[in-house]
Design a protein around this ligand. Structure first.
Ligand SMILES: Cc1cc2nc3c(=O)[nH]c(=O)nc-3n(C[C@H](O)[C@H](O)[C@H](O)COP(=O)(O)OP(=O)(O)OC[C@H]3O[C@@H](n4cnc5c(N)ncnc54)[C@H](O)[C@@H]3O)c2cc1C
Ligand code: FES
Length: 283
């Protein structure tokens, strides 16, 4: 849906900005892992492409609100950081494929880094609604970049925090502590959102423990709706064939072990339809 929504609240959460927008149609259709495409810069802007943000929270207020959390990266996010209550925002969503949820009440470790952690709380809610146990591992470069530590402590059976500078929790990265957490809680599944190298590391750990891992990737996107192919990455299908798939419509959630992390940003020679190769896989 495309919605012109009123900004209800803006807040700072440590290094991040959070915007809550009245968008009933999007809130109603939202599932954990969905994202929104937000128009930035106003009516006369040269910033033509929407910016993608994972939905952090939805609430029933005013017919339905969505909240997203972001840090300032370039001109679009700088413009968003200047929005105030009662401004309007043009949103398209919910976009992408959400996280699949287990049928049985299993134990899940939710791993987030930087703003990626904001994506995990609606996942935790949905998992707990199915009787699953939820444990959090959240990290960031420094304490002010670890999003949602307090909420994780309230929701999770256990919460393990890491920072690269040691200012909160254990010094290091989420992948350093993940093996211990998986072993301690006897995890059945892992859910992760964060930068690509972190997702690669989390996937490697889950594969080592032979448990399923779902990752939500943030591959650069222009259109967000499946038209432009800027967001493609190599993913291995059920048939063992690698395809360049659009993370905005076929993702952003993928089974971690299916993503060829080492080849992201390239078209592997053995991918279906790759220049100079891949055609042997076509039939
Ligand atoms: C699915 C998804 C979810 C995300 N969720 C969050 C979140 O919850 N919080 C957060 O802080 N950030 C999130 N991001 C990153 C966020 O979209 C960027 O920080 C934001 O777009 C930066 O915009 P900018 O104008 O400030 O920066 P700039 O870097 O100046 O602009 C980035 C814009 O350039 C365009 N672009 C990017 N790659 C290409 C390309 N290959 N070809 C053409 N155009 C391209 C896109 O429109 C992109 O939005 C997410 C990204 C994705 C893909
Ligand atoms: S962003 Fe355009 S196809 Fe995915």
């Amino acid at each position: 849906m495309q919605v012109t929504g009123t900004v209800l609240t803006t807040r700072r959460v440590d290094a991040y900005h959070a915007l809550t927008v009245v968008a009933p149609g999007i809130a109603e259709r939202f599932r954990p892992g969905h994202f929104v495409g937000v128009a930035v810069g106003g009516a006369r802007t040269s910033m033509l492409t929407r910016r993608a943000f994972f939905v952090h929270d939805v609430k029933p207020d005013y017919g339905g609100t969505v909240e997203f959390v972001f840090s300032v990266r370039g001109p679009g996010t700088a413009w968003l950081a200047e929005r105030r209550a009662r401004d309007t925002l043009d949103l398209v969503g919910p976009l992408g494929r959400p996280f699949p949820l287990p049928r049985d009440p299993v134990t899940c470790v939710l791993v987030g880094a930087e703003h990626g952690s904001a994506t995990l709380f609606t996942v935790a809610d949905a998992l707990q609604g199915r009787g699953c146990r939820v444990d959090f591992v959240l990290g960031g470069v420094s304490a002010d970049r670890v999003f949602g530590a307090l909420r994780a402590r309230r929701m999770g059976e256990t919460t393990t925090l890491t920072t690269e500078d040691g200012s909160l929790g254990m010094r290091g990265r989420v992948t350093d502590v993940l093996p211990g957490v998986i072993a301690d809680v006897r995890a059945d599944a892992v859910y992760a959102c964060g930068p690509m190298p972190m997702l690669r590391g989390v996937t490697a750990v889950a594969v080592e423990f032979d448990i399923p891992v779902q990752v939500a990737v943030e591959e650069g996107m222009a259109c967000g709706i499946g038209v432009c192919m800027t967001c493609v990455l190599p993913v291995i299908g059920d048939d063992g064939v690698t395809r360049m798939v659009r993370s905005c419509v076929e993702g952003p959630v993928f089974r971690g072990e299916r993503v060829r992390f080492d080849d992201v940003g390239t078209i592997p020679f053995d991918a279906l339809g790759a220049p100079g190769g891949g055609t042997r896989n076509a039939g």
